[in-house]
Design a binder for this molecule. Sequence first.
Ligand code: IPE
Ligand code: IPE
Ligand code: MG
Length: 241
Amino acid sequence: HVAIIMDGNGRWAKLRGKSRIEGHRRGRASVRAVVEMSRRLGIPYLSLYAFSAENWLRPKDEVSALMSLLEHYLTVEEPKMMRHGIRLLAIGDKDRLPSTVRCTLERTIEATKENKHLTVILALSYSGRSDIVRTVQEIAAKVKEGEYAPEDIDETLISAHTETGSLPDPDLLIRTSGEMRISNFFLWQIPYTELYVTPILWPDFRDKEYLQALTEFQRRQRRFGRTDEQIAKNIPRADRS
Ligand code: IPE
Ligand code: IPE
Ligand code: MG
Protein backbone atom coordinates (compact mmCIF):
# COMPACT_ATOMS: atom_id res chain seq x y z
CA HIS A 1 0.00 0.00 0.00
CA VAL A 2 1.60 3.24 -1.18
CA ALA A 3 0.23 6.57 0.07
CA ILE A 4 1.20 9.93 -1.42
CA ILE A 5 0.89 13.50 -0.16
CA MET A 6 0.83 15.27 -3.51
CA ASP A 7 2.30 18.66 -2.62
CA GLY A 8 4.01 21.52 -4.44
CA ASN A 9 1.66 22.45 -7.29
CA GLY A 10 1.55 26.09 -6.21
CA ARG A 11 5.34 26.41 -5.98
CA TRP A 12 5.77 24.68 -9.34
CA ALA A 13 3.50 27.30 -10.92
CA LYS A 14 5.06 30.24 -9.11
CA LEU A 15 8.54 29.26 -10.32
CA ARG A 16 7.22 29.52 -13.85
CA GLY A 17 5.20 32.70 -13.41
CA LYS A 18 1.97 30.77 -13.85
CA SER A 19 -1.19 30.68 -11.73
CA ARG A 20 -1.49 28.14 -8.90
CA ILE A 21 -4.38 26.61 -10.83
CA GLU A 22 -2.03 25.86 -13.73
CA GLY A 23 0.10 23.96 -11.21
CA HIS A 24 -2.89 21.86 -10.16
CA ARG A 25 -3.70 21.21 -13.82
CA ARG A 26 -0.17 19.94 -14.42
CA GLY A 27 -0.40 17.83 -11.28
CA ARG A 28 -3.05 15.66 -12.89
CA ALA A 29 -0.50 14.21 -15.31
CA SER A 30 1.53 13.09 -12.30
CA VAL A 31 -1.56 11.42 -10.84
CA ARG A 32 -1.98 9.54 -14.11
CA ALA A 33 1.67 8.52 -14.08
CA VAL A 34 1.61 7.05 -10.56
CA VAL A 35 -1.73 5.31 -11.10
CA GLU A 36 -0.53 3.70 -14.34
CA MET A 37 2.83 2.72 -12.88
CA SER A 38 1.19 1.22 -9.78
CA ARG A 39 -1.11 -0.80 -11.99
CA ARG A 40 1.82 -2.00 -14.10
CA LEU A 41 3.87 -2.99 -11.07
CA GLY A 42 1.00 -4.82 -9.39
CA ILE A 43 0.82 -2.55 -6.34
CA PRO A 44 -2.61 -3.37 -4.87
CA TYR A 45 -3.41 -0.10 -3.02
CA LEU A 46 -2.58 3.52 -3.82
CA SER A 47 -3.84 6.30 -1.54
CA LEU A 48 -3.68 9.86 -2.86
CA TYR A 49 -4.10 12.88 -0.60
CA ALA A 50 -5.78 15.25 -3.03
CA PHE A 51 -7.54 17.74 -0.75
CA SER A 52 -7.35 18.15 3.01
CA ALA A 53 -10.16 19.31 5.30
CA GLU A 54 -7.98 22.38 5.93
CA ASN A 55 -7.68 23.13 2.20
CA TRP A 56 -11.26 24.52 2.28
CA LEU A 57 -9.64 27.64 3.78
CA ARG A 58 -7.92 28.42 0.47
CA PRO A 59 -9.19 31.24 -1.81
CA LYS A 60 -12.60 30.43 -3.29
CA ASP A 61 -11.42 30.47 -6.91
CA GLU A 62 -8.62 27.98 -6.14
CA VAL A 63 -11.02 25.64 -4.33
CA SER A 64 -13.54 25.74 -7.15
CA ALA A 65 -10.82 25.19 -9.76
CA LEU A 66 -9.60 22.16 -7.80
CA MET A 67 -13.14 20.80 -7.63
CA SER A 68 -13.72 21.17 -11.35
CA LEU A 69 -10.32 19.63 -12.15
CA LEU A 70 -11.28 16.71 -9.94
CA GLU A 71 -14.62 16.24 -11.64
CA HIS A 72 -13.02 16.44 -15.08
CA TYR A 73 -10.32 13.96 -14.03
CA LEU A 74 -12.90 11.42 -12.85
CA THR A 75 -14.99 11.74 -15.99
CA VAL A 76 -12.01 11.35 -18.31
CA GLU A 77 -10.35 8.54 -16.34
CA GLU A 78 -13.36 6.30 -15.69
CA PRO A 79 -13.11 4.37 -19.00
CA LYS A 80 -9.41 3.84 -18.37
CA MET A 81 -10.10 2.58 -14.85
CA MET A 82 -12.54 0.09 -16.35
CA ARG A 83 -10.07 -1.06 -19.01
CA HIS A 84 -7.29 -1.57 -16.48
CA GLY A 85 -9.33 -3.09 -13.66
CA ILE A 86 -8.87 -0.14 -11.31
CA ARG A 87 -11.29 0.31 -8.42
CA LEU A 88 -11.86 3.79 -6.99
CA LEU A 89 -12.62 4.55 -3.35
CA ALA A 90 -12.89 7.90 -1.60
CA ILE A 91 -12.25 8.80 2.02
CA GLY A 92 -12.93 12.09 3.80
CA ASP A 93 -15.98 14.24 4.38
CA LYS A 94 -17.72 13.76 1.04
CA ASP A 95 -20.72 15.78 2.21
CA ARG A 96 -18.67 18.94 1.95
CA LEU A 97 -17.93 18.38 -1.75
CA PRO A 98 -20.05 20.26 -4.31
CA SER A 99 -22.97 18.05 -5.36
CA THR A 100 -21.76 17.71 -8.97
CA VAL A 101 -18.40 16.40 -7.78
CA ARG A 102 -20.07 14.10 -5.26
CA CYS A 103 -22.34 12.64 -7.95
CA THR A 104 -19.47 12.04 -10.37
CA LEU A 105 -17.44 10.52 -7.57
CA GLU A 106 -20.25 8.20 -6.49
CA ARG A 107 -20.87 7.17 -10.09
CA THR A 108 -17.21 6.28 -10.64
CA ILE A 109 -17.00 4.39 -7.35
CA GLU A 110 -20.10 2.40 -8.26
CA ALA A 111 -18.92 1.69 -11.83
CA THR A 112 -15.49 0.47 -10.72
CA LYS A 113 -16.47 -1.45 -7.58
CA GLU A 114 -15.89 -4.92 -9.02
CA ASN A 115 -12.45 -4.08 -10.44
CA LYS A 116 -9.74 -6.20 -8.93
CA HIS A 117 -6.24 -5.13 -9.99
CA LEU A 118 -5.57 -1.87 -8.19
CA THR A 119 -7.54 0.11 -5.63
CA VAL A 120 -7.02 3.87 -5.78
CA ILE A 121 -8.14 5.66 -2.62
CA LEU A 122 -8.74 9.39 -3.09
CA ALA A 123 -8.56 11.39 0.13
CA LEU A 124 -10.87 14.36 -0.35
CA SER A 125 -11.72 16.79 2.41
CA TYR A 126 -9.82 14.29 4.55
CA SER A 127 -8.52 14.89 8.07
CA GLY A 128 -6.70 12.21 10.02
CA ARG A 129 -7.95 13.59 13.32
CA SER A 130 -11.56 13.78 12.11
CA ASP A 131 -11.26 10.16 11.03
CA ILE A 132 -10.21 9.23 14.58
CA VAL A 133 -12.96 11.38 16.16
CA ARG A 134 -15.64 9.79 13.98
CA THR A 135 -14.26 6.33 14.78
CA VAL A 136 -14.43 7.01 18.54
CA GLN A 137 -17.99 8.30 18.22
CA GLU A 138 -19.07 5.25 16.26
CA ILE A 139 -17.53 2.81 18.73
CA ALA A 140 -18.92 4.74 21.72
CA ALA A 141 -22.43 4.52 20.23
CA LYS A 142 -22.02 0.76 19.79
CA VAL A 143 -20.85 0.37 23.38
CA LYS A 144 -23.87 2.36 24.54
CA GLU A 145 -26.17 0.07 22.56
CA GLY A 146 -24.48 -2.95 24.15
CA GLU A 147 -22.95 -4.25 20.91
CA TYR A 148 -19.45 -4.10 22.48
CA ALA A 149 -18.12 -4.00 26.01
CA PRO A 150 -15.36 -1.42 26.69
CA GLU A 151 -12.86 -4.27 27.02
CA ASP A 152 -13.66 -5.37 23.45
CA ILE A 153 -12.01 -2.19 22.17
CA ASP A 154 -8.61 -3.10 20.78
CA GLU A 155 -6.41 -2.04 17.87
CA THR A 156 -8.19 -4.33 15.42
CA LEU A 157 -11.61 -2.94 16.34
CA ILE A 158 -10.42 0.65 16.07
CA SER A 159 -8.70 0.01 12.72
CA ALA A 160 -11.86 -1.60 11.37
CA HIS A 161 -13.91 1.48 12.22
CA THR A 162 -11.61 4.02 10.55
CA GLU A 163 -12.29 5.10 6.99
CA THR A 164 -9.55 2.76 5.81
CA GLY A 165 -11.02 -0.16 7.75
CA SER A 166 -10.85 -2.62 4.89
CA LEU A 167 -7.33 -1.68 3.77
CA PRO A 168 -3.90 -2.68 5.05
CA ASP A 169 -1.82 0.11 6.65
CA PRO A 170 0.39 1.95 4.15
CA ASP A 171 3.85 0.45 3.70
CA LEU A 172 5.27 3.60 2.16
CA LEU A 173 4.24 7.25 2.51
CA ILE A 174 5.69 9.61 -0.09
CA ARG A 175 5.56 13.38 0.27
CA THR A 176 6.67 15.64 -2.56
CA SER A 177 8.00 19.21 -2.35
CA GLY A 178 10.21 18.67 0.69
CA GLU A 179 7.87 19.41 3.57
CA MET A 180 8.64 17.19 6.58
CA ARG A 181 5.14 16.88 7.95
CA ILE A 182 1.98 14.79 7.72
CA SER A 183 -0.48 17.71 7.35
CA ASN A 184 -3.32 15.74 8.95
CA PHE A 185 -3.21 12.86 6.46
CA PHE A 186 -3.20 9.32 7.88
CA LEU A 187 -2.42 9.37 11.60
CA TRP A 188 -3.73 6.11 13.07
CA GLN A 189 -2.71 4.18 9.95
CA ILE A 190 1.04 4.90 9.83
CA PRO A 191 2.73 3.52 12.99
CA TYR A 192 5.37 1.63 10.98
CA THR A 193 4.95 3.16 7.53
CA GLU A 194 8.23 4.02 5.81
CA LEU A 195 8.45 7.75 5.08
CA TYR A 196 9.96 9.17 1.90
CA VAL A 197 10.21 12.91 1.36
CA THR A 198 11.50 14.27 -1.95
CA PRO A 199 12.15 17.91 -2.86
CA ILE A 200 10.60 17.25 -6.31
CA LEU A 201 7.40 19.28 -6.76
CA TRP A 202 4.30 17.21 -7.50
CA PRO A 203 3.89 18.25 -11.19
CA ASP A 204 7.47 17.01 -11.79
CA PHE A 205 6.91 13.69 -10.00
CA ARG A 206 6.56 11.13 -12.78
CA ASP A 207 7.60 7.53 -13.56
CA LYS A 208 11.30 8.01 -12.87
CA GLU A 209 10.76 9.76 -9.54
CA TYR A 210 8.15 7.20 -8.45
CA LEU A 211 10.45 4.30 -9.29
CA GLN A 212 13.22 6.01 -7.32
CA ALA A 213 10.96 6.17 -4.26
CA LEU A 214 9.96 2.52 -4.63
CA THR A 215 13.58 1.44 -5.06
CA GLU A 216 14.60 3.34 -1.93
CA PHE A 217 11.72 1.65 -0.07
CA GLN A 218 12.98 -1.76 -1.15
CA ARG A 219 16.36 -0.98 0.41
CA ARG A 220 14.86 -0.14 3.80
CA GLN A 221 14.96 -2.68 6.59
CA ARG A 222 11.61 -2.69 8.36
CA ARG A 223 12.27 -3.76 11.93
CA PHE A 224 8.91 -3.14 13.66
CA GLY A 225 10.78 -2.70 16.94
CA ARG A 226 13.02 -5.73 16.68
CA THR A 227 16.81 -5.90 16.38
CA ASP A 228 18.85 -6.63 13.26
CA GLU A 229 19.79 -10.03 14.67
CA GLN A 230 16.19 -11.01 15.33
CA ILE A 231 15.29 -10.09 11.78
CA ALA A 232 18.14 -12.23 10.46
CA LYS A 233 16.68 -15.13 12.52
CA ASN A 234 13.17 -14.43 11.21
CA ILE A 235 11.61 -13.76 14.63
CA PRO A 236 8.04 -12.72 13.76
CA ARG A 237 6.85 -9.16 14.37
CA ALA A 238 4.22 -8.59 17.05
CA ASP A 239 0.82 -9.37 15.62
CA ARG A 240 -0.89 -6.00 15.45
CA SER A 241 -3.67 -7.05 13.11
C1 IPE B 1 -0.80 20.45 -3.42
O1 IPE B 1 -0.11 21.55 -3.89
C2 IPE B 1 -2.24 20.42 -3.86
C3 IPE B 1 -3.21 20.66 -2.79
C4 IPE B 1 -2.92 20.85 -1.53
C5 IPE B 1 -4.61 20.68 -3.15
P1 IPE B 1 -0.19 22.96 -3.14
O2 IPE B 1 -1.28 23.74 -3.76
O3 IPE B 1 -0.25 22.79 -1.69
O4 IPE B 1 1.22 23.58 -3.57
P2 IPE B 1 2.18 24.44 -2.68
O5 IPE B 1 2.42 23.69 -1.40
O6 IPE B 1 1.50 25.75 -2.44
O7 IPE B 1 3.41 24.58 -3.51
C1 IPE C 1 -1.27 18.73 2.19
O1 IPE C 1 -0.71 19.80 1.51
C2 IPE C 1 -2.59 18.39 1.59
C3 IPE C 1 -2.54 17.83 0.24
C4 IPE C 1 -1.47 17.56 -0.45
C5 IPE C 1 -3.82 17.53 -0.32
P1 IPE C 1 -0.84 21.28 2.06
O2 IPE C 1 -0.11 22.14 1.10
O3 IPE C 1 -2.25 21.61 2.32
O4 IPE C 1 -0.07 21.17 3.46
P2 IPE C 1 0.59 22.27 4.37
O5 IPE C 1 -0.43 23.34 4.56
O6 IPE C 1 1.79 22.77 3.65
O7 IPE C 1 0.94 21.55 5.63
MG1 MG D 1 1.17 22.68 -0.24
